[in-house]
Design a protein around this ligand. Sequence first.
Ligand code: ZN
Ligand code: ZN
Ligand code: ZN
Length: 309
Amino acid sequence: MDRAQRPAAFRPRSSPVQADTSMPCPFCAGNEESTPPALETYGRSGSWLVRVVPNRFPAFEGDQPFVVEHRGPVFTQATAGGIHEVLVLSPEHENGWENLSDEQAALVMLAIRDRVEEHSMVPGLRYSQAIVNSGREAGASIDHPHGQLLGMSFVPRELADEQAGFARFAGRCLLCTTVDAEEDAGYRVVYADDRVLVICPFWSGVPFEMLVIPRAHGPHLHRATPADLVAVGRALRMVLGQLHEKIGEVAYNIVFHAAPYRAPEPYHWHVHVLPKLTTLAGFELGTGVLINIVAPEQAAEELRVAVPA
Ligand SMILES: [Zn+2]
Ligand SMILES: [Zn+2]
Ligand SMILES: [Zn+2]
């Protein structure tokens, strides 16, 4: 708390994503031929509202299995096949998640569910990572709001660590317990409706970090009910809108976490919202210790949104 400062002390940082904006945007309606053909589109007949296309520069591709190879005492490498897709959030160039309509946010969530479901049936794949990077500081390289879906042949470290955390927590589910405890306490709650709770977690590592938890317990996003997916999409829109209103144009990452397809319990799917207001510097990279200068209670107070009637 000693390091706490007023949120206004942050200069919102959002630099132009693209240095060169003279090229036509590949994700705008009308420019569909500048991406590979769509894997899936959503929307009423005629024009699309959400579009999923293969990534032109994939981090993972092909169907080689995950094989670790030791090429010397300290030279270990692994081949990793997989899938890397881009999810165009809307035909509108300006609309980030905070500006999506409820209908549009719902379509995006349903598209994520469908793609993860599809990935889960591909032999050799074990886990899908869905992300949205918004703003250059958060890693976006194309202005047009979009997410990415990576189907992977291994379970990444962060997920394995979280799974271990769930397994260590004795008794009930860690996040079901968190929902009850945070609602009792109240002061870290940002948003609550009958399906979703959004909190600034007790363990927040970065200023204004948020955790979106569906109340219905389930390890898999791709098995969630449509009503819960719609509610999570709407909660994201509300809290991101509030973040922009209170803090200004800030870059952020949205990270969707669900259990590996075939190692489901104990786990409870959820979404991290990680605003990029600070930079990981030498101390953080060297020690893995994050110094968060805004207490989560203070962040929640600033961001709290009332549920619309
Ligand atoms: Zn565009
Ligand atoms: Zn749970
Ligand atoms: Zn997580």
